[in-house]
Design a protein around this ligand. Structure first.
Ligand code: NAP
Length: 301
């Protein structure tokens, strides 16, 4: 079995950027991805804060990056990484049906959607509850939908859905939005977006599919009839399967030094799964660059 210079777990912006830098330094790379190439950014309708690009879709960005690393000679493993083991200076990454070995590993698995935490949420997944407006928005043409959250994802989702649905409720637990003010202004200018704050979803109703939600608006109960609820209340990180090789903080994010190094020599962490203050596309590609250069230096030592 080939021993790669680097095995990268996760093909989001951080993982693919790390691959690009290593491949361009003549290092061999295999990248493991269980889901979508591009990670969360592939689901972003519009990206308008990436330097040097006035506007692009997330899928254009991730497709271009994928093309770049494919042309540079990256190997791909479509599987879920389950564990990382280091023996005699070589790492083995066990996946569900195969394994990959490398002299270094870059962990860039990103994050997962935070669930709403309301009773019966699981029951309605695919029957009204969605965590991806880009994937499921088209099902709600001329209907009423609700988006929950106040960050860039929620606000961006509300804007995108306002082009499809008849009415979009944007429900957020505080009056202030965490999202970029410019995008919040765009939302406020849309006639078919109704902002409901400060409000919390307390109940989901419907026999087989979601029919309505109950919300608490400053202590007052209200019901909104809707077949679609898009949950966009942030992200959580789970790295417990790699706990032997890395330390994680209370939120489940990997502790690392400035150069993305973990407690295991030769194992680096990059992107949103790393403990850090700012999680943006720009900081993900920055981490990918830093981790790749650190891995390159480790390999050449
Ligand atoms: P986020 O920025 O963490 O925002 C999560 C939102 O959900 C917050 O408004 C938060 O409310 C709310 N929330 C959290 N837990 C909640 C709960 N249990 N119940 C109700 N509401 C809850 O998450 P995000 O919007 O998914 O964005 C994640 C990262 O990706 C951010 O750094 C964001 O800037 C970035 N992003 C960037 C772009 C872009 O650059 N184009 C697009 C999308 C996302 P509070 O505000 O009250 O805490």
């Amino acid at each position: 079995m080939a021993i790669y210079d680097s095995v990268i777990i996760g093909a989001g912006p951080a993982g693919m950027t790390a691959a690009l830098y290593l491949l361009r330094s003549n290092k061999t790379v295999a990248i493991i991805e269980k889901n979508t190439f591009g990670g969360k950014i592939a689901l972003a309708h519009n990206v308008e804060n990436y330097p040097g690009k006035i506007k692009m879709s997330g899928i254009d960005f991730s497709d271009t990056l994928l093309e770049q690393i494919t042309e540079a000679g990256c190997d791909f493993i479509y599987d879920e990484a389950l564990s990382i083991k280091k023996e005699d200076g070589t790492f083995t990454v066990e996946c569900t049906s195969e394994s990959a070995t490398g002299k270094t590993v870059i962990l860039a698995v990103g994050t997962e959607n935070r669930p709403l935490g309301v009773e019966n949420e699981e029951k309605y997944i695919g029957k009204g509850i969605s965590y991806c407006a880009l994937c499921d928005g088209a099902f709600y043409k001329d209907k009423t939908v609700a988006v929950i959250g106040g960050g860039n994802t929620a606000v961006g989702d509300a804007l995108m859905l306002s082009e499809i649905a008849k009415t979009v409720y944007l429900i957020h637990r505080r009056n202030e939005f965490r999202a970029e003010p410019k995008v919040v202004e765009n939302v406020k200018a849309k006639e078919n977006i109704k902002i409901v704050t400060p409000a919390k979803v307390t109940k989901l109703n419907g026999e087989n599919v979601l029919e309505s939600i109950e919300i608490d608006v400053e202590g007052k109960a209200e019901t909104i009839s809707t077949n679609g609820v898009f949950v966009a209340i942030g992200l959580v990180c789970s790295l417990s399967q790699f706990a032997e090789s890395i330390d994680v903080d209370q939120g489940g994010y990997a502790n690392s030094e400035e150069n993305c190094l973990t407690k295991t020599e030769g194992l680096f962490v990059a992107g949103d799964c790393r403990k850090k203050a700012v999680r943006q596309l720009t900081t993900a590609v920055s981490d990918g660059t830093v981790a790749a250069i650190a891995a390159y230096e480790y390999l050449n030592r």
